[in-house]
Design a protein around this ligand. Structure first.
Ligand code: SP5
Ligand code: ZN
Length: 351
């Protein structure tokens, strides 16, 4: 297995996120990735590499994200500091949004104020943006692209070991600790590399809303997500079972929401349904946005998977027999995230 490490990940290190009216310490921290690396040093299930510097990254980003959004992200920190030089010491978070209700707010008269622009592109106030966020997110996307290229070149499994995560980021929005949708970038790169059908199977605790939105009208990329029921779980406003895709994409999105408290048995049963849907689609490659926030000890999530269960998860994913790109998504039980992530990888390679 080839493992593409984001060596710039620590340039993104948010301090606090807004939660229910107060600021709380960020859950998505650099130590998460270091724990995975440490565990990989103990159990070398693959070769750790960094993506080549000359990948066609900008073209790959534009295949998934709008030019306006990419431009916004690349300039965001400078504009934040330009508003107020004191902002250089503060992470940027939105605090005002153009709520989509009839005759409420206009989207055809874009504001110049940067705080308002941030509200146009960010769907929550839990995703701090700082000086190094763009650099870190961009290098993470390079890892996803490199992993897709490795899969196209015949690698059975390639892992993008990166943070910030990606699956909540849409064509022109950030949120849920995500800026660039690494899984979607990998899936699109696999398509552009000549594969006719690619499946995305998202196993993060939270619904992969960004990925769903990106591919919602398409029949060449199947999107499947197993996640906490959005009636009670973040991101709340998408991820229900009746979202099946639209237009040409109708029937090519599958949501499998599960209640808080779901354990390994019911979760694996649902994974079998997801695997069947992937297999029925007959794709030439698989992308797995891998969150470890399904773990029983996760501080912000509600499933009860145990560390050993992740070996089974990896074996089940491998059972499809497809070239597979895995991207690192959530997982906030920091001390255990390394063991849990590497268990999935070990389960996969030993299957
Ligand atoms: C990639 C990913 O897993 N994103 C998840 C984003 C969840 N953001 C909202 C979480 C709010 C949790 N706040 C908990 C405070 C507990 N004291
Ligand atoms: Zn998550």
């Amino acid at each position: 297995m080839k493992i593409f490490l984001n060596s710039r990940h620590a340039q993104h290190a948010g301090r606090q996120e807004m939660f229910r009216g107060r600021m709380v310490d960020c859950h998505e921290v650099p130590a998460r990735l270091q724990h995975v690396l440490d565990e990989l040093a103990r159990r070398p299930v693959g070769t750790v590499l960094t993506p080549a510097p000359d990948l066609p990254l900008d073209a790959a980003l534009r295949r998934v994200h709008s030019a306006e959004y990419l431009d916004f992200l690349s300039c965001a920190w400078n504009e934040w500091v330009a508003m107020d030089t004191a902002n250089a010491e503060r992470d940027a978070l939105p605090s005002v949004w153009p709520l989509a209700q009839p005759h409420a707010f206009r989207t055809d008269a874009p504001p110049q104020n940067f705080a308002a622009r941030l509200g146009q592109y960010a769907f929550d106030s839990g995703t701090p943006l700082m000086a190094g966020s763009w650099t870190a997110a961009r290098e993470g996307a390079a890892c996803a692209l490199a992993a897709a290229q490795a899969a196209l070149a015949g690698e059975r499994c390639a892992f993008a070991l990166t943070r910030p995560p990606g699956h909540h980021a849409g064509p022109a929005f950030m949120g849920g600790y995500c800026f660039l949708n690494n899984g979607a970038i990998a899936a699109q790169a696999l398509r552009d590399g000549g594969l006719a059908r690619v499946a995305v199977l998202d196993i993060d605790y939270h619904h992969g809303n960004g990925t769903q939105t990106i591919f919602y009208e398409r029949d060449d990329v199947l999107t499947v997500s197993i996640h906490g029921d959005p009636r009670t779980e973040y991101p709340f406003f998408l991820g229900h079972a009746d979202e099946r895709g639209a237009d040409a994409g109708e029937g090519f999105n599958l949501n499998l929401p599960l209640p808080r408290g779901t354990g390994i048995q019911a979760w694996l049963g649902t994974l079998q349904r997801a695997l069947q849907a992937v297999s029925d689609f007959a794709p030439q490659a698989l992308v797995v946005p891998m969150g470890l926030d399904t773990f029983e000890g996760d501080p912000i999530s509600g499933f009860t998977l145990r560390s050993a269960d992740y070996l089974q998860v990896g074996r089940a994913l491998a059972s499809l027999g497809l070239p597979t790109v895995i991207t690192m998504e959530g997982g906030y039980a920091v001390a255990e995230v390394g063991v849990n992530a590497v268990n999935v990888l070990e389960g996969f390679v030993t299957a």
